[in-house]
Design a protein. Structure first.
Length: 169
């Protein structure tokens, strides 16, 4: 029962984080933002509203990545990763500008997985061309559910280490 209460509190802390921070200095260096929103934001359309609406400056391209964004995070990752990979591959092939991949809460799980996939690839993009931003990530040391409960796995809900390669980057 204590573990369930702690889990509920951690989820509330992770999903309920508010921030007044701005990433304007980071975002001004990119031309395309590929975003993946948090839970219940299946089309990733609410992500540009985060960080005082400075995530996607006027004139920059925003690509919202669609995925289930449900409590079944394992399925959300499995369904969302091919879409996220496609957005990144297409953008790298058609854009000469810089790319920021941003994820919020549950979407940050997909950003973490994308970073791992890129690190394992034979020809990864230069860090000068591709950057990542995770907002309210479940891996944040001061409140993320995976930082508080390393290896946590709830079948059908939290992927934990059930998906090969998942875990803190």
């Amino acid at each position: 029962m204590t573990a369930l209460a702690a889990l509920g509190l951690s989820v509330a802390l992770v999903l309920g984080q508010a921030t007044g921070a701005t990433v304007h200095s980071l975002v001004t260096l990119v031309n395309t933002v590929i975003g993946i929103g948090g839970g219940k934001d299946a089309t990733s359309q609410r992500l540009p509203l985060k960080l005082n609406q400075t995530l996607v400056p006027p004139g920059y391209t925003y690509i919202g990545s669609a995925y289930p964004a449900t409590l079944d995070m394992t399925n959300s990752i499995r369904v969302g990763m091919p879409v996220l990979h496609e957005h990144l591959t297409d953008t790298l092939a058609t854009s000469s500008g810089k790319i920021l991949v941003a994820g919020y809460s549950e979407g940050a799980l997909l950003v973490q997985q994308l970073k791992r996939d890129i690190a394992r690839s034979a020809n990864p993009p230069s860090p000068l061309d591709l950057s990542f931003l995770e907002i309210a990530t479940p891996f944040i040391p001061n409140g993320g559910i995976y930082a508080r409960f390393p290896g946590l796995f709830i079948p059908g809900i939290l992927p934990g280490l059930a998906i090969p390669g998942m875990g803190p980057a």
